[in-house]
Design a protein around this ligand. Sequence first.
Ligand SMILES: Nc1ncnc2c1ncn2[C@@H]1O[C@H](COP(=O)(O)OP(=O)(O)OP(=O)(O)O)[C@@H](O)[C@H]1O
Ligand SMILES: [Mg+2]
Length: 267
Amino acid sequence: MNAALSSTQSPATVIEASHISTRFGAAVVHDDVNLTIDKGEVFAIAGSNGSGKSVLMREMILLQQPSGGDLRIFGQNIKSMSDAEVSALRRRCGVLFQHGALFSSLNVVENVAVPLREHTNLSKRLIEELSLLKIASTGFPMASVTKYPNELSGGMRRRAALARAMALDPELLFLDEPTSGLDPLSAAGFDELIQQLREWFRLTIVIITHDLDSLWRITDRVAVLGNGKVLGIGTMNELSTSTEPLIHEYFYGPRGRAAKEQAWNRK
Ligand SMILES: Nc1ncnc2c1ncn2[C@@H]1O[C@H](COP(=O)(O)OP(=O)(O)OP(=O)(O)O)[C@@H](O)[C@H]1O
Ligand SMILES: [Mg+2]
């Protein structure tokens, strides 16, 4: 997958983070983070709990400003964006947040319809049809589209949240820990779905995960955050030979070895 992708994709950069620093009071979360994400990539941000993955994603979707450095999305520096440009950019991005929050008072179709109601003037009927199409594209069971979030399993909730993230046909999709808490089979199914959606909709995907199986299965490149920096960046094969102690531990601890063996067995 990786080789095929790199030979056919245009090299256009979608996100460029240069010298990003982020502080909360005295606490330093990012200290000179640098990375670029190319069009069409499945790019993962990995790292231990609290290493600043979700904060970096919040900066990329303009919910939070870095304390320093430059962040360019689709070639535009976020510092120089007008309100209209920010809102236009948000329309090009779909987001599945870490805890996949759906609106508990709305059923699945109504949840997926929210961005369409907010950002388009389409008729109620068309919005419902589009929502149903998006829900179908995620493999969510169509007999359950009028159920409320508390009536769904974790895997169904994740698919519904993904359908909502896809509602406005984003070019750039952010997924924060999409498979955490899912059993291995459901997680594998969700990974397959992510790959399918990437192909169908020509998406660029930024995924935050520490699920080593997912990292081997679906990513083109991975940045590992730690100590406020990017400890390593590259394909999983490249990272698996890294001598950086934290990365090495990640790959050659017991879980890392098992995931690598499985990845090689699949080839
Ligand atoms: N709004 C905030 N105010 C103060 N500190 C914050 C804020 N948001 C995040 N932090 C801190 O920034 C650090 C990084 O948080 P972040 O949520 O990015 O971690 P993460 O890498 O996503 O971790 P996890 O794997 O647990 O999701 C943490 O120490 C967190 O407490
Ligand atoms: Mg997080």
